[in-house]
Ligand binder design. Structure first.
Ligand code: FAQ
Length: 329
């Protein structure tokens, strides 16, 4: 897989002959599966790639709280509400571990937040879609967390130590999130005809955007070849997408709802489901800021940051007072 990605990548990878002595030694450590830690020497491009990916990942966790937050006050029971609140708080925790991992690469949290708020930094395309019914909370847990786990399990083995270690705990929590989403879908699909229709409608709207979460096709992925060579990416975008489809179709069958893809069919020769064409023009529009909720999501984040300024000021004043008391003692 690794060799295949290097061959097909849009951006070429530096060959051994073009590398400096330091770069060759670095690549040898990667090839020997030795983890890179923050104080180790690393090529500037490796550092930048990780800052880009880890900070985008952190932003996704934080912005990802918003579509679900929309349903906290309208969850159908106290139990569902408590579970949803716990899940959303977990996502905040994931964002914080990931911001901390990115900080070890020499970027400040303030800079990352500023890049998100100015629209310079990306976050996952999936969080620019609206949550129109309670079934959407089920679909997010089942499909979005399901896709996130598929992508993140290999990241537990990635070459950068702080990112790999953060992913271990995140993946454990994401599995609980996936189960809670599937449990909501199960209740709805075993419920009244109207509830089953809600579950079907949520699947219809979230299926294709979930497939887009894995990123562009390998042949068009700008960063894949170099990220594979550096073992930041262990499996390719298309390979992860295929695994997700293969895992999820039987789960939809068990729910008794139908994938919104007339071309979906099992191919016994490939031992995979074949699926229809993804509308990449929709993905590109969302990335450009033109998805159904892009502007709303960013405005909500900026407002939350501004409204929370007094909490940050109070915490800093408290910390400064404690430090000066400790100095006196
Ligand atoms: N959305 O060359 P590639 C979650 C961009 S966490 C937006 O293939 P790469 C938890 C990409 O950045 C979900 N942009 O890029 C949760 C690049 O643009 P750039 C987040 C995307 O980095 C659940 C350009 O396209 N997970 O859901 C997307 O090698 C429920 C070219 O693409 C992660 O971040 C996209 N979907 O591969 C929370 C996992 N795809 O930066 C709340 C870590 C691609 O040059 C509720 N990230 N782009 O301007 C990764 O594994 C990788 O970054 C990929 C993209 C696979 C996402």
């Amino acid at each position: 897989m690794y060799a295949q990605m290097v061959d097909t990548g849009v951006r070429s990878v530096k060959g051994q002959a073009e590398m400096t002595t330091e770069e060759r030694a670095f690549q040898a450590r990667i090839d020997a599966d030795i983890r890179i830690e923050p104080k180790d020497w690393m090529p500037e491009a490796y550092r930048r790639t990780l800052i880009r990916q880890v900070s985008q990942h952190a932003h996704s966790e934080i912005v990802g709280m918003l579509p679900e937050g929309n349903w906290v006050t309208r969850a159908p029971s106290l139990k569902r509400k408590a579970i949803l609140m716990a899940k959303i708080q977990d996502e905040a925790g994931h964002g914080l571990y990931l911001y901390s991992a990115a900080e070890t690469l020499g970027i400040t949290r303030d800079q990352m937040v500023a890049d998100l708020h100015s629209g310079k930094a990306k976050y996952s395309s999936i969080f620019n879609y609206p949550t129109l019914s309670w079934a959407d909370i089920g679909a997010i847990g089942w499909l979005v967390d399901g896709a996130a786990i598929m992508n993140q399990i290999p990241l537990c083995r990635c070459s950068f130590g702080p990112y790999a270690r953060a992913m271990v705990r995140i993946c454990k929590e994401e599995s609980f999130h996936q189960r809670q989403g599937y449990d909501i879908m199960l209740s709805l699909s075993r419920g009244t005809a109207e509830q089953k229709a809600m579950a079907q409608d949520a699947l219809n709207r979230w299926w294709w955007p979930s497939l887009m979460m894995f990123g562009p096709p390998d042949a068009e992925s700008v960063h894949s070849a170099q990220s594979a060579a550096w073992k930041i990416k262990i499996l390719s975008n298309d390979e992860l997408r295929q695994r997700f489809v293969d895992q999820t179709v039987p789960q939809a069958d068990y729910l008794g709802i139908t994938m919104p893809d007339p071309d979906l069919q099992w191919n016994p020769e490939r031992n995979h489901y074949e699926f229809g064409a993804i509308d990449w023009s929709e993905f590109m529009e969302v990335l450009k800021g033109n998805g159904p909720c892009n502007r709303d999501r960013l405005a909500t984040r900026v407002k939350a940051w501004d409204d929370g300024a007094w909490v940050r000021d109070a915490a800093m004043a408290h910390a400064a007072k404690r430090a000066s008391r400790q100095q006196v003692a």
